[in-house]
Design a protein around this ligand. Structure first.
Ligand SMILES: *Cc1c(COP(=O)(O)O)cnc(C)c1O
Length: 436
């Protein structure tokens, strides 16, 4: 598969391989990479997913995007290792389900993309360990931990994580500051968009061209594409129960990478009727659909902090897939925003009605699922639960007035020392980077 930059709509400039798209992260013209064509899967496969193992499904979904660049046996190993934890679809009641994406090592859905990318990078890098690759990643919460964990100890790779001071939870901070080895955490005096801007600047910085920089943000094709697996695995579980009703996915969205992967899966042939991008008050996309003007505002801190993004990078990919005509009447896509108070009320309502504990992100997903096509009783509504509630322990315990027990992945972090460097501006970031 070849990839081109979305800033080069006529594809006049050269296309790049999967490997190059992954290593560059962002195209030289600052555009996001997009596959030259969207592969189509066979109907027999799509309608009989339970007949295939999870590894087989993942392999069939991802291999057309990689072609011969990774040999078949290695790619099968990569997807198997990537998905070595459960992704259960839990039914709360008739027609409402949650897809639990938090059973990985850092208990948030980003584990899948991070683990996949780390293994691909390790594969391509295996003959060139003498030349260090530097992975840069800006995080609004969960990316940092997932990337740190996924890349920990990968030979020839240094990981540099930027996170906004005071805007990630204590557990999230621990997950990215306590690992050591090839992982460096930078605590930025700014918000997530500032972190993201520094990473983008580094890629365009002439002086850093020889530093082998790569990004591990959700714009990276190697993190973006494997997120398609979730949607196939959810539908597989519906099919196991012979459930072939129309399906709506509600995806708690920040940078819009996850939902965009779902949309791509549907364009490969997976039957999904509607996507809802559910956001917190950083509502650039819901406003855009309503008013037709794309106008990011200053990012606001919310209790669903992994979605505190006001200029979602991946939205251009969604527009590439659907065209630029998206608005409130679009058949397959809509977007809704919710305040912290609405989110807390939803957390309480889900507990009361279904005896199920959501984290703030999942609760926003629930609201999107509940409120869209509300009168349609034939619809299977699936909201993605993107993080384990314990990752937002304080907020969840206060809101629900109950204690959460701490799983071993988290309790082992509590005694470790946080290690980070405080960064005020791009120059400081650059000097740390050049020493790694
Ligand atoms: C990253 C994240 C999101 C948002 O995902 P995007 O792909 O950036 O839209 C939602 N919930 C949690 C818990 C996350 O970590």
């Amino acid at each position: 598969m070849k990839y081109y930059s979305l800033n080069d709509q006529h594809q006049q400039k050269s296309t790049v391989s999967f490997r190059e798209a992954m290593i560059r992260g962002l195209a030289p013209d600052k555009g996001l990479y997009f596959p030259e064509k969207i592969p189509q899967l066979e109907t027999e496969f799509l309608e009989n997913l339970p007949a295939y193992s999870i590894e087989e499904i993942a392999y069939r979904v991802i291999s057309p995007f990689i072609g011969k660049e990774i040999d078949q046996a290695s790619l099968r190993t990569i997807v198997k290792e990537t998905l070595d934890f459960d992704i259960p679809l839990v039914s709360l009641a008739k027609g409402i389900h949650t897809l639990e994406l938090f059973h990985g090592p850092t208990m948030a859905f980003k584990d899948v993309g991070a683990r996949f990318m780390a293994r691909c990078l390790g594969y391509f890098n295996k003959d060139t360990y003498d030349k260090t690759v530097r992975v840069l990643v800006a995080t609004s919460g969960d990316t940092g931990g997932a990337v740190a964990n996924g890349f920990l100890g990968v030979p020839g790779v240094e990981v540099i994580i930027l996170y906004p001071d005071g805007m990630v939870s204590d557990i999230q901070e621990r997950q990215l500051t306590t690992l050591g080895q090839n992982i460096t955490a930078l605590k930025v005096q700014g918000n997530f968009d500032d972190c993201q801007r520094m990473v983008k600047t580094a890629f365009l910085d002439e002086e850093l061209q020889s530093f082998n920089l790569t990004s591990a943000n959700s714009i990276n094709v190697a993190r973006w594409l494997p997120q398609m697996f979730y949607y196939f695995l959810a539908i597989r579980q519906l099919q196991e129960n012979s459930n072939t009703n129309p399906v709506l996915f509600s995806v708690p969205s920040g940078n819009f990478g996850n939902i965009c992967a779902g949309i791509l899966a549907s364009k490969m042939g997976l039957k999904i009727d509607h996507f809802v991008a559910a956001t917190n008050v950083n509502d650039t996309i819901p406003r855009y659909l309503k008013e037709g003007v794309y106008q990011p505002e200053t990012t606001r801190a919310t209790i669903a902090n992994a979605m505190d993004v006001s200029d979602p990078s991946n939205f251009v990919r969604i527009e590439k897939i659907y065209g630029k005509q998206l608005d409130l009447t679009s058949e397959n896509f809509s977007s809704r925003a919710y305040t912290d108070d609405q989110t807390r009320a939803a957390m309480r309502a889900v507990l009361e009605e279904y005896d199920y504990t959501t984290d703030p992100h999942g609760a926003i997903g629930y609201l999107g699922a509940r409120d869209t096509h509300a009168a349609d009783s034939q619809l299977e509504r699936i909201f993605l639960e993107t993080a384990h509630p314990v990752k937002f322990k304080k907020e969840v315990e206060t809101t629900l007035n109950r204690k959460l027990s701490i799983p071993p992945q988290i309790s082992s972090l509590m005694t470790l020392k946080k290690d980070y460097v405080v960064i005020d501006n791009y120059e400081q970031f650059k000097s740390v980077l050049m020493k790694k």
